[in-house]
Design a protein around this ligand. Structure first.
Ligand code: DX5
Ligand code: ZN
Length: 227
């Protein structure tokens, strides 16, 4: 398991009127990637942005841009995001019957391919796809909106996920998404998360750059506490 913690700010909580500036601000202080929440108003009851905005945003990104697809039937739309230039894509286990095929297709396109699951979807649902996933994005809120409270059950689920990956001989990067703050960052890292997605904790702060730095420093204390 990697000993480096990565921070991926979610632009869902940024100013949609100036996303390029939001990206610039967090890249300036070392954001490892940009997390773009794609919502279709069906899988989740919110509607955000899609391929045209991603294509434009990609032009101003200097770090990898990852699309979190909270959409029904991603098999039909996956190519839209690959064509828009994403560097990584995450598909929800709840949205497709052909998860292995979706992951293989993304990887064949040279893109990091991962799976996500909602807080009430059993970790065991990943058993037969873990080996094919570059990353697993564990939801610590019910998807659809930023600024929600962290579900503490995610800590047990992280532990369960680490154990399942070990059992399956798989080593996906473990990501956590939803309600992540400097207060809970050490806990999620201690339980195995290595990429922390944070929206409100960064973009709702008066100084997003300082907030990202504080989040990273807090997260890294979780590495030492584990030893
Ligand atoms: C929720 C999204 C998350 C969210 C994170 O459906 O997948 O990425 O934007 O935002 P915070 O950190 O505010 O919970
Ligand atoms: Zn997300």
């Amino acid at each position: 398991m990697s000993d480096a913690v990565k921070i991926s700010p979610s632009i869902l909580s940024a100013d949609f009127g100036d996303l390029s500036r939001a990206v610039y601000v967090v890249e300036e202080v070392g954001a490892d990637s940009i997390h773009v929440d794609v919502m279709d108003g069906h899988f989740v009851s919110n509607l955000t942005i899609g391929p045209p905005v991603i294509r434009s945003l990609k032009r101003s990104c200097t770090v990898p841009l990852h699309a979190h697809l909270m959409v029904d039937n991603p098999d039909d739309s996956l190519d839209w995001y690959l064509d828009a230039g994403v560097d990584g894509v995450t598909v929800h286990v709840e949205t497709t019957r052909h998860l292995n095929r979706a992951l293989a297709h993304a990887k064949e396109s040279g893109v990091k391919a991962g799976v996500s699951l909602n807080p009430s979807t059993p970790i065991a649902a990943l058993r037969d796809v873990l080996a094919d996933a570059d990353h697993v994005l564990l939801m610590s809120v019910n998807p659809g909106f930023g600024g929600q409270s962290f579900l503490r059950s995610a800590l047990r689920r992280l532990d369960e996920l680490v154990a399942l990956a070990r059992e399956m001989g798989a080593s996906p990067t473990i990501e956590i998404d939803g309600g992540i703050t400097a207060a809970n960052a050490p806990d999620v890292v201690r339980e195995g998360a290595r990429v922390l997605i944070a929206g409100n904790a960064v973009f709702a702060a008066d100084d997003p750059g300082a907030a990202l730095r504080e989040l990273r420093a807090a997260a890294e204390t979780g590495l030492t506490a584990r030893d």
